[in-house]
Ligand binder design. Structure first.
Ligand code: HAM
Length: 434
């Protein structure tokens, strides 16, 4: 007897997306792409791995992502590579490598795909997760920030996400951030003993990170510490005020969260997160901000930029429960006997080539169980082809959604099924994506 081997399981924190769930993913992706393109973004596709140095330099050495979460490996050529933990550094790399800045225009790109971070898996937090992100490079004006926040608020409303909330902050630039850091570090040094062990290390290496520590004791200290908004220089203050004016004009609600510094080092000025409070601990459905110094720091010409990324898994968890079941779409050919099967196969081929969802049974099921299958899979019409029908040169077409049936001459059946009369309210593939 063959020995039964134990089944190899997937990697923890890297879930499969099964066929029953894929429809929801696709609907969100289609809606998001449409909105991004309406706002002038074009898709860019960068590789899933990059040189490790890109992320170390780009995201910052003192960040949790670089210190603890990267999937880094040496390839057979002894090169250190890393599975991308995020999409901004790769986009900036591609922007510089392909000299997209020479076109002179504002460069607006978006990307979708898996990202990898070795975090402790929990509800809404995975080791492989998916982002839809966008980056706009080449303009420092707050109007671009406002447009991006408008895009996201429009998307979340379109998807019917209830109760989302925008948190906003400004963390200054290279003129005012050092002033803030000096004040903040001085304050925190005096309280060093009350900080958590991680924050004591952060105090020496990357004090800004203390601001978003989740430990209660640190949060209490941060609440009383100097905050970035108090230290903004004139230009950063003007940028932040203008952004808020524009948000009021566009009727986008927000609250200011002075602790919102975010976990990546490239940000300057605006930082933001969209929260869905119903999600519990991992409630940020999207995050982003401005990074006006990043392109220059990566060796390019000084180029301001801003971007965001949406966490797809969290966005999907936030969607309203699907109401109506999927529409009745397409044709199922229920055939009895080899001759009818061959006839059915040709008809199904024809219907599919004309763009319709169509199927037939290949397992020799009884008519009753073929009908049951067609019903379960929500085919709008069942085409019944048995000996009697073949002899008479007709097929019986049964309407599964509205009831009723009629006989149609076999020669005409494809044209009839494709006709407006039949396809009214059943536009095949199209209305399944809507
Ligand atoms: P981030 O805040 O690290 O920003 O990630 C953006 C979003 O990805 C989060 O708000 C969350 O929804 C989702 N996310 C992050 N980590 C996980 C995880 N382990 N499991 C599930 N979802 C997760 C960035 O990645 C920046 N690149 C965004 C950006 C673009 N900033 C400027 N441009």
């Amino acid at each position: 007897m063959r020995k039964i081997q134990s089944v190899i399981k997937g990697v923890r924190g890297a879930p499969d997306i099964l066929p029953a769930d894929v429809g929801r993913w696709q609907r969100v992706e289609v809606a998001t792409r449409r909105i991004l393109e309406n706002y002038g973004y074009q898709e860019i596709r960068t590789p899933i791995f990059e040189r490790t140095q890109l992320f170390v330099r780009g995201i910052g050495e003192g960040t949790d992502i670089v210190e603890k979460q990267m999937y880094t490996f040496e390839d057979k050529g002894h090169e250190s590579l890393t599975l991308r933990p995020e999409g901004t550094a790769p986009v900036v790399r591609a922007y510089l490598e392909h000299r997209l800045f020479t076109r002179g225009d504002l460069c607006k790109v978006y990307y979708t795909g898996p990202m990898f971070r070795h975090e402790r898996p929990q509800a809404g937090r995975f080791r492989q997760f998916h982002q839809i992100g966008a980056e706009a490079l080449g303009l420092g004006d707050a109007a671009l920030d406002a447009e991006m926040l408008d895009l996201l608020s429009h998307l979340f409303d379109t998807l019917g996400i209830d109760g989302w909330h925008l948190r906003l902050n400004s963390i200054g630039d290279d003129a005012c951030r050092p002033v803030f850091l000096e004040r903040f570090t001085r304050y925190m040094r005096g309280k060093r003993e009350r900080l958590c062990p991680d924050c004591r290390v952060r105090l020496a290496r990357n004090p800004l990170r203390i601001l978003d520590c989740k430990v209660e004791g640190c949060r209490r200290l941060v609440a009383r510490a100097p905050n970035p908004l108090e230290s903004l220089c004139e230009d950063c203050e003007a940028h932040f005020q203008r952004l808020q004016e524009l948000l009021r004009l566009l009727k986008i609600d927000y609250s200011i969260d002075q602790r919102l510094v975010r976990g990546l080092d490239y940000y300057t000025r605006t930082t933001f997160e969209f929260i869905n409070p119903a999600l519990g601990a991992q409630n940020a459905i999207a995050g982003g901000g401005r990074y006006d110094l990043f392109v220059g720091e990566m060796g390019g010409p000084p180029t301001p930029g801003i971007g965001f990324a949406i966490g797809m898994e969290r966005l999907l968890l936030s969607l309203p429960q699907e109401g109506a079941r999927e529409a009745w779409v397409g044709v199922f050919a229920a055939t009895l006997g080899p001759e009818a099967f061959q006839r059915g196969l040709r008809i199904v081929q024809d219907l599919r080539r004309q763009g319709l969802r169509a199927a037939l049974d290949m397992e020799g099921r009884s008519l009753k169980s073929q009908m049951r299958l067609a019903h379960k899979e929500r085919y709008r019409y069942v085409l019944i082809l048995g000996d009697e029908e073949l002899k008479a040169g007709v097929a019986t077409v049964k309407d599964m959604a509205q009831g009723g049936q009629e006989q149609v001459p076999l020669q005409e059946v494809v044209n009839r099924l494709m006709s407006e009369e039949y396809q009214e309210g059943d536009r095949g593939e199209e209305n399944r994506d809507a």
